[in-house]
Design a protein around this ligand. Structure first.
Ligand code: GLY
Length: 374
């Protein structure tokens, strides 16, 4: 693993320097905001009453904690803390919340607690973990995704990234229930979402009373039974995180299987993922590449040395392709990573904070920093 990092040291150092320079400029104007995307090159602000429940609201504080950990620059910490404080409004309102409390509080409060030991942050994250655990359906053995009569019984592959909040809560509270729920959900997803060929379904719809599987709709991919690339990426990173937090090898095996599918799908497209690997057109999703790269770097650390090159080389190939073709380093644009997709068919966003976060996290890992907020 180290050989490959050494061979790429110059590229990693130069790219990291550009990340630091750009974020240092941008935090100057975005410090007291929670951006989700740029509009005409400038970041918006979702720390408002209307947008505070937005699932992407942990990503900016998360970037700020990564940058604070890497540089010690107080401006990044101040911005992370602003975002975390603003998120209290979402916990108070409660009704605006969903299973993505994992994304929101792992990258704000858990990150703060891991870096500074702040007790208030610990309490916020434990509260969020309780909200997530309460979404568990006992008969179906899954965590429901959203609010609403039908969609509260949809389990979506993205949730694999939320359940590390439950592993963390068990570690903190010495209460195994949180971990039990997380592992039960991960096992259900393994049975119902992960296909034989290593691709994954986006959504499984359950009967909320009997727990029976009713269908496999897709809202973000090209079609039912197709392969929404960000969903594949959530599975890669989510399952390797479940392995890291539990030591259960079956989760590592699933992460590897989905990674093999992803690598096979991107290698013929210059390592830039399509929004859906089975779509008929050219719409891409940069964020899927950055998320998958983060997961592959963690797989490379988890497997024996003789296996790790496959995953680390693929992660580096993806990050190099994104850096060369999809990044904007100019002062006219606040975001770095461009061409992130929300859903197949809805065109591409110029920027999206989920893509930005995972691009920065992947570069942070390649640079050799090793805090894992998840
Ligand atoms: N978790 C929502 C998404 O990936 O779009």
């Amino acid at each position: 693993m180290n050989n490959l990092l050494n061979e790429n040291k110059q590229w990693i150092d130069e790219t990291w320097a550009k990340v630091e320079k750009k974020l240092k400029r941008v935090v100057g104007t975005a410090k007291y905001t929670i951006p989700s995307k740029t509009i005409n090159g400038k970041y918006n602000d979702c720390s408002t009453e209307k947008a505070i429940g937005n699932w992407t609201n942990g990503f900016w504080p998360g970037i700020m904690w990564l940058m604070y950990d890497a540089t010690g620059d107080e401006e990044f910490r101040e911005s992370a803390e602003y975002g975390e404080n603003a998120l209290d409004m979402a916990q108070e309102r409660f009704n605006c919340l969903h299973h993505d409390v994992g994304f929101m509080w792992l990258l704000s409060s858990v990150a703060n607690y891991r870096v500074t030991g702040n007790e208030k942050s610990r309490n916020r994250a434990l509260h969020a973990a309780s909200i997530l655990a309460a979404r568990f359906n006992v008969n179906g053995k899954y965590i429901g995704a959203w609010q609403g009569e039908r969609v509260c019984n949809w389990a979506i592959i993205d949730c694999m990234m939320n359940i590390p909040l439950l592993y963390w809560a068990t570690e903190q509270m010495k209460n195994p229930s949180f971990k039990f729920i997380a592992m039960t959900h991960a096992d259900t997803c393994m049975r119902n979402h992960v296909r034989e060929d290593g691709s994954v379904n986006h959504i499984i719809e359950y009967d909320g009373i009997t727990g029976e599987v009713l269908g496999k709709p897709s809202t973000q991919g090209f079609d039912v039974d197709s392969s929404w690339s960000r969903g594949q990426a959530w599975a890669i990173y989510g399952y390797v995180l479940s392995y890291i937090r539990t030591g259960e090898k079956r989760y590592l095996d699933v992460a590897k299987k989905v990674a093999h599918y992803f690598i096979a799908a991107v290698c013929s497209d210059g390592y830039i993922p399509k929004a859906d690997f089975m779509q008929p057109d050219d719409q891409i999703d940069s964020s899927a590449g950055a998320i998958a790269a983060c997961g592959m770097i963690e797989i490379a650390k988890a497997v024996p040395e003789r296996e790790s090159k496959l995953y680390l080389q693929a992660a580096i190939n993806i990050m190099k392709a994104l850096t060369e073709k999809q990044c904007d380093w100019s002062d006219e644009e606040d975001s770095i990573l461009q061409n992130n997709s929300a859903c197949w068919g809805e065109g591409v966003h110029i920027s999206a904070m989920y893509g930005e976060y995972f691009y920065v996290e992947a570069m942070y890992k390649l640079k050799g920093f090793d805090k894992l907020f998840w």
